[in-house]
Design a protein around this ligand. Structure first.
Ligand code: ZN
Length: 242
C-alpha cells in the first residue's frame, strides 16, 4: 500500500493545488492528513473542503482546535492569534463542525498517526531531537508513527537496543527491526529554511520513504494574506521558509 502523507496545510490553497497536481503522477492508495488544516493563510474553507472529500484519514492540529475552541490559545504568538480569529469568522458552519469532529491522534492501517506527538497528543509537544523519543516511543505500539506540527521533516529511529537517532534523507528504506517517528514537514508553511512545500510518500511493500519538496505559486498566497489584512509577517515567512 502506498500512502501520501501531508501535514500543516494551514489554509494554503496554492500549495495544495500543486500537491494535487503532483499526486496524480504518484500511484497511491491512501491520502492521510495529519492536521493543522487551517490557520496562518487565507483559504481555510477551500482547504478544509478538499480534506473532507479527499483524505482517507484526517487529524486535527492545535490550530484547528484553537479555531473551534477545543484548545487554549494563550501560548499563541500575536500573528497566529490574529489568523486564528480571522479563520473562525471565515469558516462555514459545516467546516467548523468538521474540524471539531477530528481526533488529534489515531491508529489506522497498522500505523500510528498524530499531529504533534504520540505522548500526550493534545499537549502539542514538539519532537525535534533524539531526547524527545524517550517519552514518545513508549507511547505507541506500532512500528511507525507519522507526525507533523514542527513544520520540519525529520526521521527519528529507535534501534532494537533502544538507541535513538535523528536524521533525514530524501529517500530512506525503513529497517524491519527498528521503530520510527517520521515528521512529514509542512505543505502550507515550511520552517526548515526551505520554502518549498513538503510531503511524504511511503510504500509498505518496498518500505521506501520519500520526502518530496516542490515550488508553488507563493506570490498568490502572499497577496491574499495582504488582501485579507492578515499580518505581513505571515507572507514574509513563507518566502523565508521559517
Ligand atoms: Zn502547524
Amino acid at each position: 500500500m502506498v500512502f501520501l502523507i501531508v501535514s500543516d496545510l494551514h489554509s494554503n490553497v496554492e500549495s495544495l493545488q500543486e500537491f494535487i497536481r503532483l499526486s496524480k503522477k504518484i500511484p497511491h492508495d491512501k491520502v492521510i492528513c495529519l492536521g493543522d488544516i487551517v490557520g496562518y493563510n487565507a483559504n481555510p474553507n477551500e482547504v478544509v473542503d478538499w480534506v473532507r472529500e479527499n483524505t482517507d484519514l484526517a487529524l486535527a492540529g492545535n490550530h484547528d482546535y484553537a479555531v473551534v475552541e477545543k484548545t487554549d490559545t494563550s501560548y499563541f504568538n500575536s500573528y497566529a492569534l490574529k489568523a486564528c480569529e480571522w479563520t473562525r469568522e471565515a469558516l462555514t458552519m459545516e467546516n467548523f463542525k468538521y474540524l471539531q469532529s477530528l481526533p488529534a491522534m489515531e491508529k489506522k492501517y497498522r500505523i500510528t498517526w498524530a499531529h504533534s506527538s504520540p505522548y500526550e497528543p493534545e499537549e502539542w509537544h514538539y519532537i525535534t531531537n533524539p531526547y524527545d523519543g524517550v517519552d514518545n516511543f513508549p507511547a505507541f505500539d506500532t512500528q511507525l508513527c507519522f507526525v507533523g506540527h514542527t513544520h520540519r521533516p525529520l526521521i527519528l529511529k529507535q534501534e532494537p537496543d533502544g538507541n535513538i537517532e535523528a536524521g533525514l534523507s530524501e529517500e530512506y528504506e525503513v529497517k524491519p527491526d527498528s521503530r520510527y517517528i517520521i515528521n512529514v514537514g509542512s505543505l502550507g508553511q515550511p520552517r526548515d529554511g526551505n520554502p518549498q512545500a513538503s510531503f511524504v510518500s511511503y510504500d509498505t511493500e518496498t518500505r521506501l520513504l520519500k520526502f518530496h519538496r516542490f515550488d508553488y505559486d507563493m506570490e498568490a498566497t502572499q497577496e491574499k494574506i495582504h488582501d485579507e489584512g492578515l499580518p505581513t509577517f505571515l507572507a514574509d515567512r513563507l518566502a523565508a521558509g521559517v
